[in-house]
Design a protein around this ligand. Structure first.
Ligand SMILES: Nc1ncnc2c1ncn2[C@@H]1O[C@H](COP(=O)(O)OP(=O)(O)O)[C@@H](O)[C@H]1O
Ligand SMILES: N[C@@H](CCOP(=O)(O)O)C(=O)O
Length: 325
């Protein structure tokens, strides 16, 4: 369950008195999610999501909240943080930072088709371009430095072959990060965790309508290609073997590149980026699996899924990025 901080109706009414969002109508805890306490908060005017940040530090939050606000203002479908009467978009509830954001329509899709992939790809490209003039800087806090810090912590729990894969993959990414090509990659605010469960769809299977992207709380400034690779490794694969499904990958990447064409350097670093994205989630899942936080109540995600994906991206031919649309 993902309601770590109880909120009463009276708490919600008091909170709403700091905004101009209508009269309190209802409050309902949301069971999904593992990081924050989330509630659907309905008022006489609209439906919202109230999030209480359980883990993130106050100083990290303006980047996420202001980025979502920046994107929403530019027509990208993301939850729009609501502004208090005093101008702030972050608030405090029971001594913890909190925010009220707009509720997006739809539900997430377990088995996406080419239409879901194309909509997600095109919208991520639009989000990247729309974030180009966002001025707050915060790195991807789950980037290379974190992998370097965390790999030795999880290493003792691994078999010899997994240790070899982790060491060689990390060495590869250290070399990539030092390369001219990496320095030349287009970079900017990136979602960094745009898995299927963070994209909502309404409409029908044949004609889906994108509700929007949620859960920007792993966002950071990184190579935009890394963001693309995170998506491909979750949206366009056979979930059992981890193999890329060419039809889904093509739909996703062509839709993205129609909005923002890939650069030469991105073409060259594509296989390495797919491995970087697999490595990132293999390490975080290993960490959560072997060193769970005391308060974590949910079953940790399976780390071997990303070990398989990383192995696949090391051994198998990787389809090229699309050229010139
Ligand atoms: N803005 C939103 N609009 C609609 N539903 C949302 C919104 N934000 C969160 N949710 C719902 O709450 C669930 C948990 O949110 P999420 O941000 O993934 O939590 P966590 O960060 O704790 O993993 C989502 O799966 C979704 O169903
Ligand atoms: N997408 C990650 C988990 C990130 O946690 P979230 O529930 O906050 O999205 C993974 O699958 O390992």
């Amino acid at each position: 369950m993902a309601v770590f901080t109880p909120v009463s109706e009276q708490d919600a009414r008091n909170l709403l008195s700091n905004y101009s969002l209508g009269e309190f109508a209802s409050l309902k805890g949301i069971a999904a999610g593992i990081e924050n306490s989330n509630y659907f908060l309905t008022t006489s005017a609209a439906e919202y999501v109230l999030t209480i940040f359980e883990v993130l530090k106050v100083e990290q939050l303006p980047f996420y909240i202001e980025l979502m606000h920046h994107l929403a203002e530019r027509g990208i479908p993301v939850p729009k943080p609501q502004t208090r009467l005093d101008g702030a978009r972050l608030t405090m509830l029971h001594g913890k930072p909190a925010a009220i954001v707009s509720k997006l329509a739809g539900t997430y899709i377990v088995s996406p088709n080419t239409a879901h992939c194309a909509l997600t790809g095109a919208t991520l490209a639009r989000a990247h371009l729309a974030s180009a003039d966002f001025t707050i800087r915060q790195p991807n806090l789950r980037g290379l430095s974190w992998w370097q810090e965390t790999a030795p912590v999880v290493m003792p729990f691994l078999s010899q072959s997994a240790q070899n894969l982790l060491s060689t993959s990390l060495a590869e990414q250290i070399a990539v990060a030092r390369s001219e090509d990496w320095r030349a990659l287009p970079k900017g605010p990136s979602h960094c965790d745009l898995f299927r469960d963070n994209v909502l769809f309404a409409g029908t299977t044949e004609s889906p309508v994108l509700g929007g992207f949620i859960d920007y709380y792993f966002a950071g400034v990184d190579a935009w290609l890394f963001d693309v690779a995170v998506c491909l490794n979750d949206w366009c694969i056979d979930q059992t073997s981890g193999e890329l499904i060419p039809e889904l990958a093509t739909a996703w990447l062509e839709a993205y590149s129609r909005v923002r064409a890939f650069t030469e350097q991105e073409h060259r670093l594509w296989p390495m980026m797919l491995r970087a994205a697999a490595l990132r989630f293999w390490i975080s899942r290993l960490y959560d699996f072997y060193l769970p936080r005391p308060a974590k109540t949910l079953k940790p995600h399976d780390p071997t899924h990303f070990e398989r994906i990383l192995t696949q991206r090391t051994l198998q031919a990787i389809p090229n990025l699309p050229k010139d649309f």
